[in-house]
Design a protein around this ligand. Structure first.
Ligand code: PLP
Length: 362
């Protein structure tokens, strides 16, 4: 590739060009420290400013209430599948899981290793093509939490809003839609996300944990796996992923420059309207893979009339400058991942390519 392509990879995913340019400019000598960010001590003043600013900006932009702790962790979202039940799922208690795709299944598997994990809803029967409706849920009234995957990166579905779980705190894996839209925190207990879709590079995992849950966490598990350990030390108990946090901060600067969460949400809706609009206008050629009322604004999945045409579409797409369009191996078809950083122009050009492709191969 002689130039940057429209990168529709599902994760790690495209980053704003402005972020990459800033990182490049800062690389050998950050803020006249005489060092690169990745060479700074995590106890230095320069690094501390990055760390603190990243946390503060995230709280501001994502409108996180002040009874939550923001933690910078490692181990990916997959580590949170285990850390959540290890901290919260006491022996005599139950945790609910709403299973809407491969990632929720993995979260459930870890929950079951630790304790009593109950499937309170599932769309597995129809191959995860939808989000279960509120009246289909079998919620446990005294569950310690109810786990959801807010956006299903592989299937291409998204909770349009969080379910009503009464007094039971929601634990949401928001790896692929964090900071893409406003969230109602009123019954949220924990939100966690691997950074590599909407927030920055891989290596950083963000967890937003309600203070009472930090405190209620079991202390019979290893120190580093307790939320309180990093909550007490502002995520500096041990060496954090400093360079990933620095890039996360640059992404937040970029989000702020766009106009904050309202602007991001509007931009994502516009991209969705454009792409789903085209799919709905050509229903004989492009078939959305999921139910309309469960559609994701982050990962758009669809099929073409044959698998041969899908392969040709992906191949010709790449030659035309559109990368990462292949659907996950477990579902096939085409997947367009269009996280915050994906410019609307990329979707505009993709829809033009899709129109032309359908006409040529109709
Ligand atoms: C990518 C992804 C994961 C896995 O994240 P890791 O950081 O690789 O562990 C988990 N859940 C969802 C919803 C994802 O999109």
């Amino acid at each position: 590739m002689a130039k940057r392509i429209w990168n529709f990879n599902a994760g790690p995913a495209t980053l704003p060009l402005a972020v990459l340019e800033q990182a490049k400019a800062d690389l050998p000598n950050y803020n006249e420290s005489g060092m690169a960010v990745m060479e700074l001590s995590h106890r230095s003043k320069d690094y501390d400013a990055i760390h603190t600013r990243a946390r503060e900006m995230f709280v501001e932009l994502f409108e996180i209430p002040n009874n939550f702790k923001v933690l910078f962790l490692q181990g990916g979202a997959s580590m949170q599948f285990a850390m959540v039940p290890m901290n919260l799922l006491k022996k005599s208690k139950t945790a609910d899981y709403i299973v809407t795709g491969s990632w929720s299944k993995k979260a459930l598997t870890e929950g079951k290793i630790i304790g009593n994990a109950n499937v309170a809803g599932s769309s597995q029967e129809t191959n995860f093509d939808r989000i279960p409706k509120q009246d289909e849920l079998n919620l446990t009234s005294d569950a310690v939490y109810c786990h959801i995957t807010s956006n299903n990166t592989i299937a291409g579905t998204q909770f349009q809003s969080f379910p009503d779980t009464g007094n039971v705190p929601i634990v949401a894996d928001m790896s692929s839609d964090i900071l893409s839209r406003k969230v109602n925190f009123s019954n949220v207990g924990i939100i966690y996300a691997g950074a590599q879709k909407n927030l920055g590079p891989s290596g950083l995992t963000v967890a937003i944990v309600r203070e009472d849950l930090v405190e209620a966490g079991l202390d019979t598990i290893p120190t580093l796996l307790q939320y309180r350990t990093q909550a007490d030390k502002d995520s500096l108990f041990n060496t954090p992923p400093t360079y990933a946090i620095y890039l996360f901060k640059l992404v937040l600067d970029w989000v702020k420059g766009l106009g904050g969460l309202d602007a991001v949400e509007k931009r994502n809706q516009e991209k969705g309207d454009l792409l789903y609009g085209l799919i709905d206008a050509m229903p004989d050629y492009y078939k959305g893979a999921v139910e309309k009322d469960s559609r994701s604004l982050m990962n758009v999945t669809f099929r073409l009339p044959t698998e041969e045409l899908e392969a040709q579409f992906i191949k010709e797409g790449l030659a035309a400058g559109f990368g990462g369009l292949k659907g996950h191996r477990s579902v096939g078809g085409v997947r367009v991942s269009m996280y915050n950083a994906l410019e609307p122009q990329g979707i505009k050009e993709l829809t033009e390519f899709m129109k032309a492709f359908a006409q040529k191969n109709g």
